[in-house]
Design a binder for this molecule. Structure first.
Ligand SMILES: [Zn+2]
Length: 256
C-alpha cells in the first residue's frame, strides 16, 4: 500500500479516537447538570414544606390567642352572673355563655387540626431534608467520578496528541492540508473505506475501474462525490480498524 495512504488511515484512526474522547469530555457538564435538576427539585420541595410549616406555626399562634380571648370572655361572663337581676337578663346570659362555649369548642377543634397538620408537615420536612442530602451526596460522588474521567480523557488526549505529531511529521504537507480540509468539511471523517463498490462516507457508488485502483492501494484516490480519501480493506483486516465516529464542528475546531 502507498505509504502516505497508510499514514492517512492511521491518522484518521487516531483522530477518530481523539474526537470521540473530546465528545465524552464535552458531554460531562451536561451529565452533571442533568443530576442537578433532581437536587433542585428536592430543594424546592424542602423549602416549600418549610414555608408551609412556618405558616402553620403562625396559624397555631393566632389560634392560641383566639382561645385565650374566648376563655377570658367566658370568665368575664361568669363573673357578671352575680350582678344579674332579672330572669330575662339571666336567660340572655345563659345564651351568651352557650354561644361562647361553642366558639371555644370549635377553636379547640381547629387547634387540633392545625397541630395534626404541623405534625404531618414536620414529617414531610424530614423526608425532604433526607432527599436533599441524598441528592447532594449522589452529585458529589458523581462529580468525583466525572472529574476522574476528565483527567483520564485529558491524559489520553495528551498522549494521542504526541502520537499525532509524530505521525503527521511523516505525511507530506500538501496531503496533510488536504486531509484537514476534508476533515473539517466532513465532521472529522476524511478517510473512509470503499466497500462493496461504495464510499462509506457518502454511499456514492464507485465506478468499477476506480474501485479496482482503490483495491491496489497504490495511490490516494478521492470519492468523486464527497472528496473523502478512499481505501480498501480485505475482510480479515476489518476488526483492527474499529468504528469511526463523526464529531461536532466545535470539537474539531477546538482540537487542532
Ligand atoms: Zn463519498
Amino acid at each position: 500500500m502507498n505509504e502516505q495512504l497508510r499514514l492517512l488511515i492511521d491518522l484518521q484512526k487516531l483522530d477518530s479516537i481523539m474526537l470521540s474522547t473530546r465528545l465524552t469530555m464535552d458531554a460531562i457538564p451536561a451529565r452533571i447538570s442533568s443530576h442537578e435538576g433532581s437536587l433542585k427539585n428536592a430543594e424546592a420541595a424542602y423549602e416549600n414544606a418549610k414555608q408551609q410549616l412556618a405558616s402553620l406555626e403562625k396559624k397555631k399562634k393566632d389560634k392560641e390567642q383566639d382561645i385565650e380571648d374566648i376563655k377570658e370572655k367566658m370568665q368575664k361572663l361568669k363573673q357578671r352572673t352575680s350582678e344579674i337581676k332579672t330572669n330575662k337578663e339571666y336567660q340572655a346570659q345563659l345564651k351568651e355563655i352557650e354561644k361562647t362555649e361553642k366558639g371555644l369548642k370549635s377553636a379547640e377543634d381547629e387547634m387540633l387540626s392545625i397541630m395534626d397538620s404541623i405534625e404531618g408537615t414536620s414529617k414531610v420536612i424530614e423526608i425532604e431534608k433526607g432527599r436533599v442530602a441524598e441528592e447532594k451526596a449522589k452529585i458529589e460522588s458523581m462529580k468525583k467520578e466525572l472529574e476522574k474521567e476528565v483527567l483520564r480523557c485529558r491524559e489520553e488526549l495528551k498522549r494521542l496528541k504526541e502520537d499525532r505529531k509524530k505521525l503527521i511529521d511523516k505525511i507530506d504537507a500538501d496531503i496533510y492540508n488536504e486531509y484537514m480540509t476534508i476533515m473539517k468539511a466532513h465532521r472529522g471523517l476524511a478517510v473512509v473505506e470503499a466497500k462493496d463498490e461504495a464510499c462509506q462516507g457518502c454511499n456514492m457508488h464507485i465506478p468499477p475501474q476506480m474501485f479496482v485502483e482503490i483495491k491496489t492501494g497504490d495511490k490516494i484516490i478521492h470519492c468523486p462525490q464527497c472528496r473523502r480519501i478512499l481505501y480498501y480493506l480485505k475482510s480479515e483486516q476489518h476488526q483492527e480498524v474499529g468504528s469511526q465516529k463523526t464529531a461536532s464542528d466545535s470539537a474539531i475546531a477546538s482540537h487542532y
